[in-house]
Design a protein around this ligand. Structure first.
Ligand code: NAI
Length: 248
């Protein structure tokens, strides 16, 4: 029996990167997995196939997490398809980096909508299901940058810091109904999002990390499994850094 057997997990932005690893780890621990990304493409369909091959129920949905109505419709559809929703993982996120001097209003709005408003949209939609069940675990993917800030990422850092305030408030608001809410703050994780950085920037980051390397999506996924499972039944309102001691 896996750590998540009998539970349904929903993960946003799971066609690649950290979200994909989360979907895989949850399925390996026995969860039924509903996952989203912006469109139905080869990546989404291959993930659905890989998860199903693990012997669990899995379904991919095209849904924009930054859209309020789409998120509500999505949760209604997932609840109908899977009956329960036990774990929500708000993973979808983007960067549009620029120094504040050059940052456009569009870059600001886009990052806040995709990274922060999405968390509001999905959590608000799922809460009715979890409150009815009187149980649930919400895991929000923030970033060390949301805690410590980063030059050139005012929009991204603000969105990720916002997630932390939201997480702590939801934990306090829904705790009496046995719904937990935690955030994970990954450090430098090697995915398509970070691959675009120049090699010297990547090496500079590695030098600053006590473990002297970037993390893998799987190393973030394992913490999601912990927070989604009953292993963490008394953990709520917390931020767990997964960053090789980059931030202590
Ligand atoms: P990624 O860019 O590889 O994957 C993100 C996925 O989200 C993509 O499949 C994308 O299509 C999807 N997505 C984007 N906008 C969406 C929307 N509106 N609705 C639904 N899906 C959407 O990124 P990565 O690296 O896997 O990051 C995942 C999460 O982890 C993000 O929230 C990111 O901010 C966070 N994170 C990543 C770190 C890293 O070093 N890679 C470090 C700290 C946090």
């Amino acid at each position: 029996m896996g750590l998540l057997t009998g539970k349904t997990v929903i993960v946003t932005g799971a066609s690649r990167g950290i979200g994909r690893a989360i979907a895989h780890y949850c399925a390996s621990e026995g969860a039924s997995v509903a996952f989203t990304d912006l469109k139905v493409d080869e990546n989404l369909l291959s993930l659905e196939k890989e998860l199903t091959e693990k012997g669990v129920k899995a379904k991919g949905y095209a849904s924009d997490a930054s859209n309020h109505l789409s998120s509500q419709n999505l949760i209604d559809e997932v609840a109908k398809d899977f009956q329960t929703i036990d774990v929500l993982v708000n993973n979808a996120g983007i960067t549009r980096d620029a120094l504040l001097m050059r940052m456009s209003e569009e870059q600001w709005d886009l990052v806040i909508n995709v990274n922060l408003k999405s968390v509001f949209n999905m959590t608000k939609a799922v809460q009715k299901v979890m409150l009815k069940q009187r149980s649930g675990s919400i895991v929000n993917i923030s970033s060390v940058v949301g805690v410590g800030g980063n030059a050139g990422q005012t929009n991204y850092a603000a969105s990720k810091a916002g997630i932390i305030g939201f997480t702590k408030s939801v934990a306090k608001e829904l705790g009496s109904r046995n719904v937990r809410c935690n955030a994970i703050a990954p450090g430098f994780i090697m995915t398509d999002m970070t691959k675009t950085l120049p090699e010297e920037v990547i090496n500079e980051w590695f030098q600053k990390i006590p473990l002297k390397r970037g993390g893998t999506p799987e190393e973030v996924a394992k913490v999601v499994v912990f927070l989604g499972s009953d292993l963490s039944s008394y953990v709520s309102g917390q931020v767990i850094n997964v960053c090789g001691a980059m931030q202590t």
